[in-house]
Design a protein around this ligand. Structure first.
Ligand SMILES: Cc1cc2nc3c(=O)[nH]c(=O)nc-3n(C[C@H](O)[C@H](O)[C@H](O)COP(=O)(O)OP(=O)(O)OC[C@H]3O[C@@H](n4cnc5c(N)ncnc54)[C@H](O)[C@@H]3O)c2cc1C
Ligand code: SF4
Length: 491
C-alpha cells in the first residue's frame, strides 16, 4: 500500500482538458495526462483494501493495487511492466475504457473511486516518453503459422501474443489501415491514431505481418459495412496455408431504422459518417459527409451516438440533437444496491459537454423529406412499464433534420463472412465458441470448424475495447495450446 492515509488526505483529481470552445475547433486529443506529482498523489489514494474488487471489475484483471503503489513510490518502469503483464495496449484503454474497475473500487462505496484509468494513462504515456516500450522478440520460432482475420483490438492482442509465443502471424484486414474500430470508429479527438501506428511498428519487429485491403470470405458484405478491399482471399486458402486461423472480424452489422422515409438521402449509419472523418484527419483526400451548418439528429444514446455528436460539432453543425429510446437514467446510482457492479446512471461524455440537445424516451416514427432529401423527422414520446414500451397518445411532434445519423448499435457480425467459413452461430448471430475448454467445445475459443477460432465482438457481440483485448489474449493462449500441446502465455 502506498500512503496509509492517502485516501483521507487527497481528493480524486479529474484529468484536465482543453475547454470545449477551443477543442471543437480541431480533432486532436484534448485530455491532459497527469504529471508526476499528480499521479503519485492519485496512486496514494489506493487503500490496497485486501480484496481488490477493481481487479475483478477490470475485464483483463489489471493488477491495479500493485501499479498504484509503484506509481506512488515513483517506480514508473516497474509499474509499466506490471501493467503490460495483463494489458497489451494500455494506451488504448487508458483513453477510451469506460473504467468498470472504478465502479468496483472499494473507495467508491462512500467516496470518489481511485482514478484508476488516469493512472493507467499516465503509466503508459510515461513508458512511451521514456522509450521503455520495446519489441519483445522471441528468438525461438515454432515453425507454426497463424492467420488473424480482423485487426481490431481482439485481432491485435491475439496476434501480438501469438508472435511472442514464437509463431509466424499474418493479420488480414479489409480496411486500408490497421486498427478496426480503434482506427475508423473511435474519433481522433478521443484517441489519436499514432498510438496504433506505434504498436504496429512494435508488432512488425516482433514478427507480425500485416496485410491491408484484403477481404477474407467470398466477397459478400452487408449494407452499411465499409470496406477498402482490393483483393479477396477465400477461407479455403487460409485454412490450407495456415496451421490455425483466428477470426476477429467484429460485429459490424448495423441496426437499421425500418420507418417510412428510411431511403431518403441524408440518412446514414454512424459507421458511414465516422470513418470518413478519421480518413480525412489521416490526410486522405476524401469527401466527408459534412454536418456544417446543418441540423443533425443522432438516433441512439450510446458511445457511437456520442462520437457522432462530437464529430458533428467539430464540423460546425447548426444544431445537434440526440434521441434515446430508453428512459433517462438517474443522476446518481444507489451504491448500496449496485456496487461493485457497473451501475445504470446518467453519463455525460466529453462530446455531450461540447453541446447537444439530449432527449430520452423518444421513438422515431418516420423520416420526412422533399425531393428525395431528408428534411425532418416525426418523433413521439414513449413510456416504459415492465420492460414494455408504449407510445404516449398525442405526444407526436415533427422537427427539422438535414442529416439523420443512425447509431442504434450493431446486431451481429456480417453473416456472409461467417457463412463463407461455415461457422455455427449462437441465437444472436454471433460466432459460436466457448471461452472455457470444459463447456462442450474441444478447445476454448474454438468454433465448429477445425483449426478455426473466434474472439472479440464477433464472438461476444458488440462490446468494449478492453473485452476485445481480453478475448484476443485468451484466444491466443488457446491457439498456442492447440498448436503446441501446452502454452506458457499468460491468460
Ligand atoms: C463509433 C464507436 C465508438 C466506440 N467507442 C468505444 C469506446 O470509447 N470505448 C470502448 O471500450 N469501446 C468503444 N467501442 C466499441 C469497441 O470499439 C469494440 O468493442 C472493439 O473495437 C471490438 O474489437 P474487435 O477487435 O472485436 O472488432 P473491431 O474493432 O470491430 O475490428 C474488426 C476488424 O475486422 C475487419 N474485418 C471484418 N470482416 C473482415 C473480413 N472478412 N476480412 C478482413 N477483415 C475483416 C474489420 O474491417 C475491422 O477492422 C466503440 C464502437 C464504435 C462503433
Ligand atoms: S482497462 Fe479499463 S477496467 Fe481495466 S484498469 Fe484500465 S480503465 Fe480500468
Amino acid at each position: 500500500m502506498g500512503k496509509v492515509t492517502g485516501f483521507i488526505e487527497y481528493q480524486r483529481l479529474k484529468e484536465a482538458s482543453e475547454a470545449p470552445e477551443s477543442r471543437t475547433k480541431h480533432y486532436r486529443e484534448f485530455v491532459i495526462t497527469l504529471n508526476n506529482d499528480e499521479a503519485k498523489q492519485q496512486g496514494a489514494r489506493c487503500m490496497d483494501c485486501g480484496i481488490p474488487f477493481c481487479q475483478t471489475g477490470c475485464p483483463i484483471n489489471n493488477i491495479i493495487p500493485d501499479w498504484n503503489d509503484l506509481v506512488y513510490r515513483g517506480n514508473y518502469a516497474e509499474a509499466l511492466d506490471t501493467l503490460h503483464s495483463t494489458n497489451n495496449f494500455p494506451e488504448f484503454t487508458g483513453r477510451v475504457c469506460p473504467a468498470p474497475c472504478e465502479a468496483a473500487c472499494t473507495l467508491n462505496i462512500n467516496n470518489d473511486a481511485v482514478g484508476i484509468k488516469s493512472i493507467e494513462h499516465f503509466i503508459i504515456d510515461k513508458g512511451w516518453e521514456e522509450g521503455w516500450v520495446k519489441p519483445q522478440i522471441n528468438p525461438v520460432k515454432t515453425g507454426k503459422t497463424v492467420a488473424v482475420v480482423g485487426s481490431g483490438p481482439a485481432g491485435l492482442a491475439a496476434a501480438q501474443q501469438l508472435a511472442r509465443a514464437g509463431h509466424a502471424v499474418t493479420v488480414f484486414e479489409k480496411s486500408d489501415r490497421i486498427g478496426g474500430l480503434l482506427r475508423y470508429g473511435i474519433p481522433d479527438f478521443k484517441m489519436e491514431k499514432s498510438h496504433i501506428d506505434r504498436r504496429i511498428t512494435q508488432m512488425e519487429a516482433e514478427g507480425v505481418t500485416f496485410k491491408t485491403s484484403v477481404l477474407v470470405g467470398d466477397g459478400k458484405l452487408t449494407a452499411g459495412v465499409g470496406s477498402d478491399a482490393k483483393e479477396t482471399v477465400s477461407p479455403e486458402t487460409l485454412k490450407q496455408e495456415f496451421d490455425a486461423v483466428v477470426l476477429a472480424v467484429g460485429s459490424e452489422h448495423p441496426r437499421d431504422l425500418p420507418v417510412p422515409g428510411r431511403e431518403l438521402k441524408g440518412v446514414y449509419y454512424a459507421m458511414e459518417f465516422l470513418p470518413l472523418q478519421n480518413k480525412r484527419v489521416a490526410g486522405d483526400d476524401v469527401e466527408v459527409i459534412s454536418a456544417k451548418g446543418k441540423h443533425v439528429v443522432v438516433i441512439g444514446g450510446g458511445d457511437t451516438g456520442s462520437d457522432c455528436v462530437g464529430t458533428s460539432n467539430r464540423h460546425g453543425a447548426a444544431s445537434v440533437t440526440q434521441f434515446e429510446l430508453m428512459p433517462q437514467p438517474p443522476e446518481q446510482e444507489n451504491k448500496t444496491m449496485t456496487w461493485p457492479n457497473w451501475p445504470l446512471k446518467m453519463r455525460t461524455s466529453s462530446s455531450h459537454e461540447e453541446g447537444a440537445n439530449r432527449d430520452w424516451s423518444v421513438t422515431t416514427k418516420a423520416l420526412v423529406g422533399a425531393n428525395g432529401q431528408v428534411t425532418g423527422l416525426k418523433a413521439a414520446r414513449v413510456e416504459w412499464s415492465n420492460g414494455k414500451m408504449e407510445e404516449v397518445p398525442g405526444s407526436e411532434w415533427e422537427m427539422k433534420a438535414d442529416i439523420v445519423l443512425l447509431a442504434m448499435g450493431f446486431v451481429h457480425p456480417v453473416a456472409p463472412v461467417l457463412e463463407a467459413f461455415g461457422v455455427d452461430r449462437d441465437p444472436r448471430g454471433n460466432a459460436l465458441a466457448n471461452t472455457e475448454e470444459n463447456l462442450g467445445a474441444a478447445k476454448a475459443y474454438a468454433t465448429n470448424v477445425p483449426k478455426l477460432f473466434a474472439a472479440g465482438d464477433m464472438r461476444r457481440g458488440q462490446s468494449l475495447v478492453v473485452w476485445a483485448i481480453r478475448e484476443g489474449r485468451q484466444c491466443a493462449k488457446a491457439v498456442d495450446t492447440f498448436l503446441m500441446g501446452s502454452s506458457s502465455l499468460p491468460r
